[in-house]
Design a protein around this ligand. Structure first.
Ligand SMILES: *Cc1c(COP(=O)(O)O)cnc(C)c1O
Length: 378
């Protein structure tokens, strides 16, 4: 099966991890700060906190943003469920705003009508790695005094008006799951320019414990304090070494993804059975995490059949994503179908094709020919 996404591990990655195994640290050694500073430098931002996965990163970001019981946060339904789940863990309520028909990103013109006195923050998602309409969202956030926690789990390496994703929002969250831009097994990070938010997250992700800035007088050199209720969301030195090594090759990964996308777009030009992802705006670069093709209206009811045929041909197609609130758990909370009609129609029409740096030309040729074959047979 040709998967839809896959990590790209080379001998230097393996060497980096093995080298850590020969040191005294398996976790919380020098690689942690080295990875944090490499990420911050890459994104052009002051601070990074690495954590055990993207979901933990979202949770830490929400905590730092002060999201709490009774609060609301605005987000997009066209995402992996973790974006909303992490806020539920804080006792807050996700308020889903429908997406833009063009690219599946949150539609900024629908945000303001959903803002209430309880709204604490806006959590947009760079869907498929494509930057959201950041300036529009920033205008709304500033007007209503809200923080922006950007779920950029799919968008490490993306660029918005000449600036790297990670350097724009109050807090930006990344994931290093194997299918994302770079891999650490499980892994994630939060980036910010704000020292206060950075410090809070650093404490939160290690049990709420700190070894400096004490509230009480120190009892001696062993002394540490638990100052808030935290989690153990630490990333290991082994994973950080892999992350550093992966990040050093990110430009190659992004370029290869871009060329695969260009080849798909070229191959699928013409016939109206499917539409391909819209071109990037001026000054914008997608990280091209996913290649999502959309079926024409007349084929939407045949999506399951088309999907099955492609799987039978050995192509690991996927669907990203079912609107979060359509899951049974969210339905049990009272969210119902019809809430975000554009996202629902989007979901009904999409299929993700294989896209990752190691996809061979011959494999892509095969995918293209099978997609064309299946589409003409339905
Ligand atoms: C992958 C992903 C996450 C979760 O990241 P994990 O590292 O798997 O916890 C959250 N949000 C989005 C949009 C994602 O794509």
């Amino acid at each position: 099966m040709i998967p839809y996404g896959h990590q790209q591990i080379d001998p230097l990655d393996i060497e980096a991890v093995v080298n850590v195994l020969k040191t005294d640290w398996l976790t919380q050694g020098p690689k942690v700060e080295e990875f944090e500073s490499a990420l911050a430098t890459y994104c052009g931002v002051k601070y990074a906190v690495v954590v055990s996965n993207g979901t933990a990163a979202l949770h830490a970001a929400y905590v730092a943003a002060g999201l709490n019981t009774g609060d609301e946060f605005i987000t997009s339904p066209l995402t992996f469920v973790a974006t909303a789940n992490a806020g539920l863990w804080q006792g807050a309520k996700p308020v889903f705003v429908d997406v833009d028909e063009r690219d599946g990103n949150i539609n900024p013109s629908l945000i303001e009508e959903k803002i209430t006195k309880k709204t604490k923050l806006i959590a947009p998602i760079d869907y498929t790695g494509r930057p959201v309409d950041f300036e529009a969202i920033r205008r709304i956030a500033d007007k209503h005094n809200l923080l922006i926690v950007e779920d950029a789990c799919q968008a490490l390496g993306a660029i918005y008006r000449g600036k790297k994703i990670g350097s724009l929002s109050d807090l930006t969250v990344f994931s290093f799951h194997p299918v994302k831009t770079i891999a650490t097994g499980e892994g994630g990070a939060i980036l910010t320019d704000r020292e206060d938010l950075y410090k809070k997250m650093k404490v939160f992700v290690t049990h709420g414990i700190t070894k400096k800035d004490f509230v009480y007088p120190s009892h001696g050199e062993w002394y540490f304090e638990m100052q808030m209720l935290g989690m153990n969301y630490r990333l290991t030195d082994l994973q950080c070494a892999l992350g550093i090594s992966q990040l050093s090759r990110i430009d190659t990964f992004l370029a290869r993804r871009r060329s695969i996308v260009a080849k798909y777009n070229e191959a699928f030009k013409g016939p109206d059975a499917i539409s391909v992802p819209p071109p990037e705006r001026d000054g914008e670069e997608s990280a091209w995490h996913l290649y999502v093709m959309r079926l024409a209206d007349r084929l939407v009811l045949k999506r399951a059949h088309i999907f099955k045929k492609l799987r039978e041909a050995g192509i690991g197609v996927q669907v990203h994503h079912m609107p979060a609130y359509l899951h049974p758990y969210y339905q049990s909370l009272g969210f119902s179908r019809g809430l975000c009609p554009v996202a629902e129609a989007f979901y009904d029409s999409i299929i993700s094709l294989p896209l990752y740096p190691g996809l061979e030309d011959s494999e892509q040729d095969y995918v293209i020919s099978k997609v064309k074959e299946v589409l003409t047979s339905v």
